[in-house]
Design a protein around this ligand. Structure first.
Ligand code: NI
Length: 231
């Protein structure tokens, strides 16, 4: 399941963050790549122990912590501290799969990567190319979102970033370990949660039968979560 989380940040907040990122120190993106992906990865990154990365990373985690769509779709257990990358001048990242386990350099903390996240800090008009292309059994999905929006996709997917031939594509990328390891189970829970929310917020919400059904489905949701969640 590929999910877009719109407006993680307002445009004003994006401008502030972007100014801080543009002023930061950038290094070769191969620093966090595995041996194989280092051969196809051409971009810049902010070092993970940089104060700017930590500070903006905290803002991202705070914003996501109170975002209902993100929480429902990801059911996050542990989130890797956000990293930042920039593609310009024809830079690209060829087809790869993200490492299954990530170790955070500064803290040594480890997570299993269930979901990969890209949060855009450039407007689509600022650059040409730079689409994130995620391969799925149904075909490829190309993603290029407004600044402040984020995409979540299963870390099991092959994906690539097309060359940026004009301007610069600045984004944050990170991974998370979900309480629900399997994408299919996570998708079922997300669909069920959406349906319950629609029922509970709908015109018939006060109807006795609808109320009873909503409570029963909420029970099903929590009992599935109880069966499947790992912590
Ligand atoms: Ni990747």
């Amino acid at each position: 399941m590929l999910i877009v989380v719109p407006e993680v940040f307002s445009k004003e907040r994006v401008r502030e963050i972007r100014a801080a990122l543009d002023a930061a120190e950038w290094v070769d993106g191969k620093v966090t790549a595995g041996h194989q992906s280092a051969q196809t990865k051409f971009n810049s990154q902010i070092p993970e122990n940089s104060p700017v990365a930590k500070q903006i990373g905290e803002l991202i985690l705070q914003a996501l912590g109170t975002n209902p769509l993100f929480r429902s779709a990801a059911l996050p257990l542990r989130v890797f501290p956000p990293l930042f990358n920039r593609y310009a001048g024809g830079q690209t990242f060829g087809t790869h799969v993200d490492n299954a386990i990530r170790t955070h350099g500064p803290t040594g903390g480890r997570i299993r990567t269930d979901l990969s996240c890209t949060l855009f800090f450039s407007e689509p008009e600022e650059y040409d190319g730079g689409e994130l292309v995620v391969e799925d059994t149904y075909g490829s999905k190309s993603v290029k979102l407004p600044a402040g929006d984020m995409v979540l996709y299963p870390s099991t997917s092959l994906h690539h970033v097309t060359p940026v031939t004009r301007g610069a594509r600045v984004s944050s990328f990170f991974w998370l370990q979900s309480m629900i390891r399997q994408d299919a189970q996570r998708t079922l829970l997300f669909d069920l949660d959406e349906s319950i929310q629609r029922l509970a917020g709908g015109a018939q919400a006060e109807d006795a039968e609808v109320k009873k059904t909503t409570v029963q489905l909420t029970g099903v949701y929590h009992n599935l979560l109880r069966q499947w969640a790992e912590m």
